[in-house]
Design a protein around this ligand. Structure first.
Ligand SMILES: Nc1ncnc2c1ncn2[C@@H]1O[C@H](COP(=O)(O)OP(=O)(O)OP(=O)(O)O)[C@@H](O)[C@H]1O
Length: 259
């Protein structure tokens, strides 16, 4: 691998469900440190594309590489270990677990499963429970969630639950973070704060971020580049200014606001 290798390279990837080509012939390249948006009308194939990247679905065409290494047909947990973490459109926290345990769960997904680690419950990345706890508190502090650490996740207000999901995804130490509509259901102030937070974690953790979002102000405000999907195919890519004025994008969104 040379430094010129993109972090993520998606080559002509697609998936078909029966007769429906949900994603088809998609080419995407992400460089290290980029914050890139993925937009498109409802049903365009955005979440399906995330499912391809994370191994939930195996592409029926094309290939996906991370750091030059092909990911095709690898199980989702292996892809997480290789460096792709995600959040979901519908929040998927362990609602009965405490806030801090939701973060610690991410560390267990990184653990090499040995009998010793299962018995002593010590994931390979940490020398012990205390170190793991301290690291989890550090993450919660970044997200301003440390004061709720012993609350059950389900008791957090909605906007905080969304932030906890991002904290948990980050705890898995990703190189590439996939955020599926992180601002969904947030009020304008929460959305503003989230924008700042996404910019901050990208810097702090040297991350590449791919963001699905319907909130155009958020996408246009934070992303370096944007890809646009429609009916499973990429119809445009470019800077926010280029995308805003692209006739194909305007047509795809006819009736919806692109501003
Ligand atoms: N497992 C599946 N089986 C059959 N069809 C599927 C499956 N998953 C997704 N699809 C279809 O693929 C298409 C793309 O769906 P997808 O959820 O990826 O769109 P999206 O762009 O994320 O939409 P939204 O913005 O509404 O979340 C839709 O027509 C959907 O019904």
């Amino acid at each position: 691998m040379t430094t010129n290798t993109p972090l993520l390279k998606v080559d002509n990837a697609g998936i078909q469900f029966g007769g429906l080509k949900a994603v088809q012939g998609v080419n995407v390249e992400l460089d290290r440190g980029e914050l890139v948006g993925l937009i498109g009308p409802n049903g365009a194939g955005k979440t399906t594309f995330f499912n391809l990247l994370t191994g939930v679905y195996v592409p029926t065409e094309g290939s996906i590489s991370l750091n030059g290494e092909k990911l095709n047909k690898q199980a989702p947990y292996k892809i997480t270990r290789k460096g792709i973490s995600r959040t979901f459109q519908n929040i998927r926290l362990f609602s009965e677990l405490s806030v801090i345990d939701n973060v610690k769960v991410a560390y267990h997904s990184l653990a090499k499963h040995s009998i010793a680690s299962s018995i002593f419950r010590v994931p390979g990345h940490f020398s012990g429970e205390t170190e793991m706890h301290e690291k989890a508190v550090e993450f919660l502090k970044i997200f301003n969630l440390d004061r709720f650490m012993n609350e059950k996740a389900k008791n957090l207000p909605y906007g905080q639950q969304r932030r906890l999901e991002i904290a948990r995804a980050l705890a898995a130490n990703p190189k590439l973070l996939l955020l599926d509509e992180p601002a969904a259901g947030m009020n304008p102030q929460e959305t503003q704060e989230l924008m700042k937070l996404i910019a901050l974690i990208r810097e702090k953790f040297d991350l590449t971020v791919l963001l699905i979002e319907h909130d155009m102000a958020l996408v246009m405000g934070v992303c370096d580049r944007i890809y646009v999907l429609d009916h499973g195919q990429l119809i445009a890519q470019g800077t926010p200014a280029e995308i805003r004025n692209d006739p194909k994008v305007i047509e795809a969104y006819l009736g919806e606001e692109v501003s």
